[in-house]
Design a protein around this ligand. Structure first.
Ligand SMILES: *Cc1c(COP(=O)(O)O)cnc(C)c1O
Length: 244
């Protein structure tokens, strides 16, 4: 029987082949997109299988779990350097746990949170504990679903000048989640994110190179629509998730 490590490695090749095809359809290439393995449902052992398969960037949606996984990996011998990103809902009282640990925070979904992250980062920079501003993305609820968190497009347009003044954060782009199970809606959402980014760059003079979008069910559409970071969980780690 195929081992879990072999399955993860075989999956990775299949995922990269799918990404290559989707990127080629849009005149893009593999170097344009960072593939994040979302490890929130698996343990250290599965993360190690993913590292052995070639993944170097991981995503977690809970601060405690991000801290736990980083600690677990640090305790193991001969683990290559990997990066963890914070992709989930972040509460202000957990910001300090992720600062200096998460390479990129994808989920800044309100002005209040942006201010909190910036203030804490400034303090840590002042204390010599942090090299520079926290790298962040703004999470935008492009599809308008009531269940989704993040800025509305109108809010992000209104706040952007103030957000760009916050010296403890460096805004590198936008992040979104598409509605589940509807390919057309996913495409509209990703396209909408890109257009919003273009508009903010034009109007505010911001530089927002990163578009974090695309998950297990819709990453090929995201690659066609300009995603620069796809966040894949089940298709990477769950043997029962069929890569169709
Ligand atoms: C869980 C999660 C993912 C990965 O979802 P899959 O459908 O398993 O690929 C991506 N982004 C965020 C924010 C998540 O919470």
């Amino acid at each position: 029987m195929e081992s879990y490590a072999d399955l993860v490695a075989r999956r990775r090749e299949a995922i990269l082949a799918r990404m290559d095809e989707a990127l080629a359809r849009a005149g893009r290439s593999r170097g344009d997109v960072t593939l994040i393995a979302v490890s929130k449902t698996v343990g250290i052992e599965e993360v190690c299988a993913a590292i052995a398969a070639g993944y170097r960037v991981f995503g977690e949606n809970r601060p405690q779990e991000l801290v736990r996984k980083l600690g677990g990996l640090a305790a193991l011998p001969d683990v290559p350097a990997v990066r963890f990103d914070m992709i989930g809902n972040l509460q202000t009282n957990k910001v300090n746990a992720v600062l200096g640990r998460a390479a990129l925070i994808h989920s800044i979904g309100s002005e209040h949170l942006a201010q909190a992250v910036s203030a804490r980062a400034e303090r840590r920079i002042g204390a010599g504990e942090l090299d520079g501003p926290a790298r962040v993305l703004l999470e935008v609820n492009v599809s308008g679903e009531a269940s989704k968190s993040g800025f509305s497009p109108e809010e992000v347009r209104a706040c952007m000048p103030r957000l760009m003044e916050l010296s403890g954060i460096h805004i590198e782009g936008l992040m979104t989640m598409a509605p589940r199970g509807d390919k057309d809606a996913a495409r509209r959402t990703f396209c909408g994110l890109r257009e919003l980014r273009d508009e903010l760059e034009e109007r505010e003079g911001a530089e927002l190179p990163e578009l974090s979008c695309g998950m297990s069910e819709d990453f090929e559409i995201a690659c066609e629509e300009g995603s620069t970071i796809v966040r894949l969980g089940r298709v990477v780690f769950d043997p029962s998730f069929a890569l169709q």
